[in-house]
Structures are given as structure tokens and as C-alpha cells.
Design a protein around this ligand. Structure first.
Ligand code: MLT
Length: 319
């Protein structure tokens, strides 16, 4: 294996770029992680590797994931995806790929909290007001997301179920939460649940209203978000949602190429610039033990099993 590794080291990656397929629109949270990680991996591969990010929107990330599942397993086409990898099986009857069989698992990347946010004109100034406002305006409100299987859709599904508000809100899909955020800031949609990587800047700039965080514990280390209540504190017992990201290659990618990419990912996740960028957006980079392919695959398998009943329970809320 060592000789194969070094043999590949001479040939991989070569001049051909390594593509990070991001299954959502440019400018959103997934895209942000991908671009920051591509920069860190360009450095950890000694600057010889050329990375490009390709946004393949649609169907809550399943179109982009399917594209990578069918791509040439040469290490040049990778999927950077999030919890949607584990949510989609519970939402799509005919998923065009098998999450646990059609990919090689390169490792986890980070964990990201989510925030419940509203348009600037929303007539609710704290979470309690918001729940009352939703009840008194039942049927007249909408909530944006990035398609069935997206993190924003999953959060909205769970939140609507927890406050029994499906009838109160219609759900509006976008190709990602970057376009959804534009609509929210512009007042075209009322609410959204989105990752701090996308909402921190907008909250700080006062372009959206923030109401709560979805993590089980308050974000006490985050100067901007530390004073927002958790949904659990607001009475949604057991509500706990954190988004995670991972890196995937098509099944059959040569082990020596996998080993090289995994080694480069591990070094990139220790890059102080990358960590600083992540922490500045409320995200936490995972520890080394979770950047192991076996641990990554086991985690996704466990998340699929964990999310299926959650989605089934709220499933009547799926579009
Ligand atoms: C999501 O809601 O799944 C993501 O925010 C989508 C995106 O990265 O735009």
C-alpha cells in the first residue's frame, strides 16, 4: 500500500483540478464551508492542487449528491455535504443514490448551530412574541428553506412539528439559503431556520431579526448569539439540532488517493486560518477522531437511523 500511496503521490492530483461539488446555491452555508476548506486543502496539499467549487442545486441537495455518486472515482470529484446526507433517505421514496453504499467517506468537517430568524418587518421582537404571532396569523405566514432534505427544511419541519404550526406556515423552497436569505432580507418571506454561517452577518447588520438557537445549550461562547434562548429553553423540550458537514468521494476511489485526501483534510482542519473563519461564523471544527472514514460512515449511518423517526413523526409536514 505504501508504494501505491507514493506512486499515487506522484500522479494524484496532477494538473487536473479537484472539484468540490456543493449541492446548493453559491453564497450559502454549504458553499461557504466548501470555499474555506478548498483554500485550506490547497495549502495542505502543498499548493500543487488546484481546487474548484461547483454548485449543483436542487431537490434539497440530492441532485448534487447523485452527480458525485455517479462521477469518475479518480479523486477529482468530491461531494461536500451536510446533515442532508442523513435526512434525504427519510424524505425521498426513490433517492437516486445509496448514501452508505455509493460513496467513500473522507471524514467529517465541522458542526454548525442554527438560528430561527425573521424578516426585518416581522411584528415579533422575541421568541415568545414570535410563537404568539404565528398562532394569531395562522395560515398567513411562510417559511423559507433550501428544498426537501436541506438543513433549513429539516429544521423548519422539526420546529413546525414541535409548535404544531404546519397549518400556520406555507413552506417556500429555494436553491439554497443564500437566495432564501435575500428574499427574507427583502421581506418577501417571513421566517427561516438557517445555519449561523449564513445568519451571523445578517443578524449583526440588523438585516434580519433573530429569535432562538436550535442547539441543546446556549451559544455562550458566541458574543453575538450568546443571549438568544435555545428552543428547549422556550419550552420545546428535547429540541436539539446541530448541522454537520462531511466530505465524500465516489465509491471505488483508489485507497491510495483516499489516504492522500484524508491526510490533506486532517491537516487542513488544523489550519489556524480555517479554524478562525469557522469559529467566527459560530461553527466548530471536529476533532481528528471524527476525520476517520470509518467513524464518518458510522456517524452518518447512526444519523440516518436517528432522523428517520423524527422525519416520520413530523413527516406529515414534508412538502
Ligand atoms: C441548507 O439549508 O441545507 C443549507 O443552508 C443550504 C445552503 O447551503 O444553501
Amino acid at each position: 500500500a505504501a508504494t501505491a500511496f507514493f506512486a499515487n503521490a506522484q500522479t494524484f492530483p496532477g494538473p487536473k483540478p479537484i472539484t468540490f461539488v456543493v449541492p446548493f446555491a453559491a453564497g450559502g452555508p454549504t458553499d461557504r464551508v466548501a470555499r474555506d476548506l478548498a483554500e485550506a486543502m490547497r495549502k495542505s496539499m502543498g499548493g500543487g492542487a488546484n481546487f474548484v467549487v461547483e454548485n449543483v442545486n436542487g431537490a434539497g441537495g440530492t441532485i448534487g449528491a447523485a452527480k458525485v455518486a455517479k462521477a469518475n472515482p479518480d479523486g477529482h470529484t468530491l461531494l461536500l455535504h451536510h446533515i442532508g446526507m442523513a435526512a434525504a433517505p427519510g424524505l425521498y421514496r426513490k433517492l437516486p443514490y445509496k448514501p452508505l453504499d455509493d460513496f467513500e467517506f473522507l471524514g467529517m468537517i465541522n458542526e454548525v448551530p442554527m438560528t430561527i430568524i425573521g424578516k426585518p418587518q416581522l411584528a415579533a421582537n422575541n421568541y415568545r412574541d414570535l410563537e404568539n404571532y404565528i398562532r394569531t396569523n395562522s395560515g398567513k405566514l411562510n417559511i423559507a428553506h433550501a428544498g426537501l432534505g436541506s438543513a433549513s427544511h429539516l429544521c423548519g419541519l422539526m420546529w413546525q412539528a414541535a409548535i404544531n404550526a404546519k397549518e400556520a406556515m406555507t413552506t417556500i423552497p429555494f436553491g439554497g439559503t443564500a437566495p432564501a436569505m435575500n428574499a427574507l432580507v427583502g421581506g418577501q418571506v417571513d421566517m427561516m431556520c438557517d445555519q449561523t454561517t449564513n445568519t451571523t452577518g445578517q443578524i449583526e447588520a440588523g438585516r434580519v431579526k433573530a429569535y432562538a438557537v436550535t442547539t441543546s445549550r446556549p451559544l455562550s461562547g458566541n458574543k453575538l448569539l450568546k443571549d438568544y434562548p435555545t428552543l428547549q429553553e422556550m419550552g420545546l423540550k428535547g429540541f436539539n439540532l446541530t448541522i454537520w458537514h462531511g466530505l465524500y468521494a465516489p465509491k471505488g476511489t483508489p485507497p491510495a488517493v483516499m489516504a492522500q485526501l484524508n491526510a490533506a483534510l486532517k491537516i487542513a482542519l488544523k489550519d489556524p486560518d480555517f479554524i478562525k473563519k469557522e469559529e467566527g461564523l459560530g461553527a466548530v471544527v471536529v476533532t481528528d477522531n471524527r476525520v476517520e472514514p470509518a467513524a464518518h460512515k458510522a456517524f452518518v449511518a447512526a444519523e440516518i437511523n436517528k432522523l428517520k423517526p423524527v422525519i416520520d413523526a413530523a413527516g406529515k409536514y414534508a412538502d
